[in-house]
Design a protein. Sequence first.
Length: 271
Amino acid sequence: MPPMPPVAAPTAETTIDGNRTRRWVLDAQDCPLLAAHPPYERVRLRPGGSFFLASLEGEGRVLLEGRWARLGAGAVIMAPPRVLNAFFIPPGKRWVLAWMRYDEPPAVQPLVGAASPLRVGSGAAEFGRVIAGLRTEWETEREAALLNHWVSLAHAHARRLARPWRGDEKLWRLWEEVAAQLGEPWTLDRLAARVHMSAEHLRRICRREIGRSPMEHLAYIRMQRAQELLETTGDKLETIAAEVGYSSGLVFSRAFARCIGLSPTEYRQRR
């Protein structure tokens, strides 16, 4: 099995298309109804909107929340706005995918939020067919009614994929409680005790339903809140760190840079 790419966070916007890459892109400036489709090394340091990627054939690698992971056929990953992400396909490999990114200014409630899953194991084929339908209509008749139909279908699929996970009401209430008390010293055992189950059982459920371990999801919620505070307040880093549950500004800054791709100071300067 080939080694994963280096985990070091990328530092520059990047798009590298190999000799055999075939890319079709429909951009919002051309079609105001929607935006976008495919890469093959691609880095986005602080993208402006919710992002969806469906892996249709083959396999690629994605960097989300500070970690590289393989993405095989049939899976869908998603990411909220303003979070570092990157995609990579090793030389000689083939990866067919469809992706869509929203244009969501900071004042707009993003489609992908703290309650959305990181990845889901179904829905890729359906999403791919919708993008293919939009592409066909755009490249042929461009009839407004049919373009609106395909755009509406794409948005409906994205909304369904990003909807908050509510498979177990106890767990839904747990994450609501955590989000309201991010400054608390949450541990895996404490989270599990809140819903009266073992730590291992909680870990399995979270991995299955939202694509993260409980502690990874806790970190994700903390980063989402930290981004909001950096964008909307002038609070010192130590104050923000304490509010979202980190013991010091230094520990918070390291975690933020690993997940978001920028230091808190750099992130605030680019808002």
